[in-house]
Design a protein around this ligand. Structure first.
Ligand SMILES: C[S@@+](CC[C@H](N)C(=O)[O-])C[C@H]1O[C@@H](n2cnc3c(N)ncnc32)[C@H](O)[C@@H]1O
Length: 236
């Protein structure tokens, strides 16, 4: 699962016992060698859908990490890209790979950006770091950062069938994080099971977005014919 040059088990354990911000600072130099970086197949598939909806002007990558989403924005945005992340370490890596990008260290829950600046916002692999009760504010801040007609896009993977290996792995991970957070401070919020498409659609609509879904065909289909992953495109 991890490349040989990736983080050791000990390094991952130290990261997981830190705060989210410090944990990612520690992981940053080896982050691109972990499966936590959004895989290329997802990035390419998202870029393909956005290409059909664009071109866009200014792009924003929320929780950009080392810059996976900046690559996508670079393909579909004509007027520059901005990445926001809470971890200075992750931003330092992103800055080396993306000298063209404007990078801002900030908490996505309190975006220090002027209203109406962006035509497209994306986010990859980060929603598990937000508690469900924090999402309405996160979505409202993103809505404010977009110009009228601007889009907020992010991929969502279909939930695993109850009892399947993927389901059990995610359940085990989620349970381990909850036990860890009951016993240890500071907390490290990373609960991916709490991100349900039906809730997210309702929350996006509640802040004013119109929501559409696009199948990410490159990710394949499930046995029942439904897409394995979709792109949520929320329009202001
Ligand atoms: C799993 S990484 C994903 C990085 C990148 N988007 C990707 O797909 O490879 C999650 C990122 O979210 C950032 N993050 C977590 N909580 C955040 C917050 N409240 N505000 C801004 N960034 C945050 C972390 O620092 C980390 O870089």
């Amino acid at each position: 699962m991890f490349a040989p040059q990736g983080p050791t088990l000990r390094e991952l354990a130290v990261q997981a016992l830190s705060s989210v911000e410090h944990g990612y600072d520690l992981l940053a130099p080896k982050f691109d060698l972990t499966p936590f970086r959004t895989p290329e197949v997802i990035l390419a598939s998202v870029a393909g859908v956005l290409d059909g909806l664009g071109p866009f002007g200014r792009g924003l990558d929320l929780c950009c990490g080392t810059g996976a989403g900046l690559d996508v924005l670079g393909k579909v945005c004509r007027d520059g890209v901005t990445g926001v992340d809470i971890s200075a370490g992750m931003l330092a890596v992103a800055a080396r790979a993306h000298p063209e990008a404007t990078l801002l260290r900030a908490d996505a829950r309190a975006l220090p950006l002027s209203d109406g600046l962006f035509d497209l916002a994306v986010s990859f692999g980060a929603f598990g770091h937000f508690l469900p009760k924090e999402r309405p504010n996160l979505f409202a801040r993103t809505y404010a950062a977009l110009r009228p007609g601007g889009r907020f896009a992010f991929p969502v993977v279909a939930p695993f069938r109850p009892g399947s290996p993927g389901y059990l792995a995610l359940l085990g991970f989620d349970t381990a994080m909850r036990v860890r957070n009951a016993l240890w401070r500071p907390p490290f919020v990373m609960y991916y099971r709490g991100f349900r498409l039906s809730d997210v659609r309702r929350e996006l609509a509640a802040v004013g977005f119109g929501v559409e879904l696009y199948a990410l065909e490159e990710l394949g289909r499930r046995r029942d014919g439904s897409p394995r992953a979709r792109l949520v495109v929320a329009t202001k």
